[in-house]
Ligand binder design. Sequence first.
Ligand code: TNX
Length: 531
Amino acid sequence: MRKPLLLIAIFLGSINVFQAQKLDIIPKPVQIEQQGEVFRIPASVRLILDKKLQHSADYIRGEFLKSTGITPNVFIGASQEKKSIVFLVDDTMELPEEGYRLSVKKEGVLVKGKSANGLLNGFQTLLQICSAKAIEKGTIPFVTIEDYPRFEWRGMMLDVSRQFFDKETVKNYIDWLSAHKMNVFHWHLTDDNGWRIEIKSMPDLTLKGAWRGPGEVIPPAYGSGNQRYGGFYTQEDIKEVVAHALARGISIMPEIEIPGHSRAVIGAYPELGCVITHQTKSVQGEVDNVWCVGREENYQVLDGIIKEFTELFPFEYIHVAGDEVNRATWEQCPECQAVMQDEGFTDTFQLQNYFFRRVEKIVEKYNRKAAGWNEIIKGGQLSPKTQIFAWQGVDYGIESAKKGYSTIMIPGQYTYFDMAQSASERGHRWAAIIDTERVYGFEPIPENDLSLDEQKLIKGVQGALWSEYLDRPERFMEYQSYPRISALSEVAWSKKEDKDWDDFYSRLTNSHLQRLSDMGIAFRDFPPTAI
Ligand code: TNX
């Protein structure tokens, strides 16, 4: 008697699984149930947005039209009218902050979340459902979804110093992140090869420091030939991009590269560097690229720069770098040596720690927290609020968490998208050759090496696109980013136990690559479209 029932159950179960896969959502939601029927979107559909989502109204209207071909009538406020699509904040819901529930029924579509960003995540899922290959345009299958992220920090960094990307390109980049439910854009705004943000109190940072090549203070670099090359964002541009990101649920963490990687700054304001006779080179072969940390006036200058950053960026973190500092410079600098003697330091990592303790104080004075690359945990304690970005490898993230710091895993070996994707492709190779499957296989929590409390300090995961090798038309940046960021988004969002490369690959190739194409992304195809 029981066997047939069991068989029917297995049969129905497999239909359900089959249907769920047809929606091809990336990153994969936590729970999804389909009912088989569809909601037909009326031509005059009403989209009713909670007032907490007002800042996203234009964005939502535009994206809905692109995905469905239907222009919605958008209303702000609360209403449960039939056949409409309703987005409602309910802060009493038992769901993580950025989670959402989505239901599509005969009566209409309801997206509920605890926060505006939760609703935006639900909106991205809705857009993906509407654009899945198996779905008839203008319809939405009946479905119930409950979904929330695994990690609260799901970031991506773009280096706009080595190559400059204009503000429209950056805005597009942010749109694509948002489509993958990523929530932090880490904007690497300064480096040896160009300072890209207008600072009113120090105009030469951009007048001089944003340009390289003949006649400029920064030598030509990374394939830009002998042409004058450069560009920067005005403060108005920055405000525009920050608002654009906010409407898409993305926070922007700006980065100021200090005290190393500062050739552009020191070219523009030589007095900020150390006065030394024997130059040594940084890892990337630069000279004169380190701030003098022994000169008192430099801390006032930094205070002024950080102040302007905090006026432009509302996010809680300011990234103050600290990677690959050519500390040998400080060994020859009398002012740095004087500080070392006064403080009783025996090595330059202690001097680096002294510098960052002072920078943290400035950042915290403006009610923000500092973030930095993993080298800054050397040489002494930091403020417990400071957040560490473990780029040199998972072991560095383990060390950071063991020391009690909030840690973001961004290991070069898995999430550096400037690395080549196969042996024959362009890109850096120092960390690894990284194809999409390798990114997908990355596990950010090294369970065997950390206690449960330490594991909680792994706040999230991030990718990085350094741009030394992006010296080709802009679209090369897209080729390096996608679909590797699609894989990263699933590492960051979906449950560990739900990860399955074959299943991801089928969702990717079945529907998602087409979505990337529709967004205008010149992604790397399978097999690669060679470069
Ligand atoms: C190391 S990652 C750097 C960057 C380079 C990158 C190239 C990090 C914090 N520093 O300056 O662009 O390698 O892969």
